[in-house]
Ligand binder design. Structure first.
Ligand SMILES: [Zn+2]
Length: 352
């Protein structure tokens, strides 16, 4: 089996976190919002305290029973976008589902097979097709005969920090599950029931899976306990992301199990903080535009003042995601389709 090159593995694919957080991880310190207000803003930006959770006891390849029905095996692919590595979840006993097998790593395949020895893997469920989540599904299927469920890889994905669109043509390289699933579709084993919840935003083909027996949600990269998530257009979409946050919050889950890092147990305040973080960023962008029109290249260094310049390319994509949303909601204007080079202006009272 092909082993990913070191660089690929470390990079972890076009996914992961928005790497601009303060050292303690309690405040979104990188955006400089703490204590700031904008006198002209209709709303006042509030400090965005995200109650990150980062501590997690684990060993690579060791299956840990983390709840009555859930085991977790972490792949050894830590990095700036994958945190400690990909957490693969095994749901149920005897006849089990595997959620996000992970990256193409022989050791991780062996770990999943060892963890499920004497059991049958009936379902392989994919949250989305980023490289640290889906590729190991194929060799796992080959070894076990399990069926792969999820959504097709979109034709075009963009790596954060990368201005060039990397097109994935409609060919063998594109990840495709055996079964393309529907929103709300359920899957069951002897002691578990999972429901697919479409949650686009981080990725257009992102699906979370609700475990009804534990009122839990496997939320993939939609919500991560250790960091904010990357929304990188065009595959990432901020409007969809907001809607998906609302959808998760409305369900009242007891616990969220992200692919990377420990579970989120205080779900409502966490999701609210996640949303507030984004809204505060939008207010900051609108405040920038209140000084006159600007491009993303002009705004990003000011919005991310004090943040490592090497992260500004990824930050610019996040700003673009916000501006696309603000344009869609009639708050900003630019000529033609919004992109990194567009000149954005504020729309106030219906005029530019
Ligand atoms: Zn991802």
């Amino acid at each position: 089996m092909r082993q990913p090159r070191g660089g690929e593995q470390e990079q972890g694919c076009s996914d992961g976190h928005e790497p601009f957080r303060d050292k303690e991880g309690e405040v979104d310190g990188h955006d400089g919002l703490r204590g700031r207000t904008w006198p002209n803003a209709k709303q006042e930006a509030r400090p965005t305290m995200i109650p990150f959770v980062r501590d997690m006891a684990f060993e690579y390849g060791r299956p840990d029973a983390v709840s009555p029905l859930i085991r977790r095996v972490v792949a050894n692919n830590p990095g700036p976008f994958t945190y400690l590595g990909t957490g693969t979840y095994i749901v149920g006993h005897g006849e089990v589902a595997v959620i996000d097998p992970g990256p193409l790593l022989d050791a991780h395949l062996d770990a999943i097979l060892t963890a499920t020895e004497g059991e049958r893997i009936s379902h392989i469920l994919i949250t989305h097709t980023h490289l640290d989540h889906a590729p190991l599904a194929y060799p796992l299927k080959a070894r076990t005969g399990a069926i792969i469920y999820g959504l097709d890889e979109p034709r075009q994905q963009v790596d954060e920090g990368d201005d060039d669109h990397s097109s994935v043509e409609d060919n063998e390289a594109r990840f495709r599950p055996d079964v393309v699933i529907a929103d709300g579709q359920t899957f069951a084993g002897p002691d578990w029931t999972l429901e697919a919840l479409f949650t686009p935003g981080h990725a257009s083909n992102h699906v979370a899976y609700a475990l009804s027996e534990e009122n839990a949600l496997f939320c993939g990269d939609h919500i991560m306990g250790w960091s904010t998530t990357v929304i990188s257009p065009p595959d990432g979409d901020m409007s969809h992301y907001y809607a998906s946050l609302d959808r998760v919050q409305a369900r009242g889950f007891n616990v969220l199990w992200p692919t990377h890092g420990p579970p989120v147990t205080k779900v409502t305040p966490f999701v609210e903080a996640y949303r507030n973080h984004r809204h505060a960023r939008e207010l900051q962008i609108l405040s920038e535009l209140r000084q006159g029109g600007a491009t993303i290249a002009e705004m990003t260094p000011r919005l991310y003042r004090g943040v490592d310049k090497r992260l500004h390319a990824a930050a610019a994509r996040s700003v673009l995601a916000h501006l696309i949303h603000l344009r869609r909601t009639g708050q900003v204007h630019c000529e033609g389709p919004p992109n990194l080079d567009s000149h954005f202006k504020l729309i106030s009272n219906g005029t530019i």
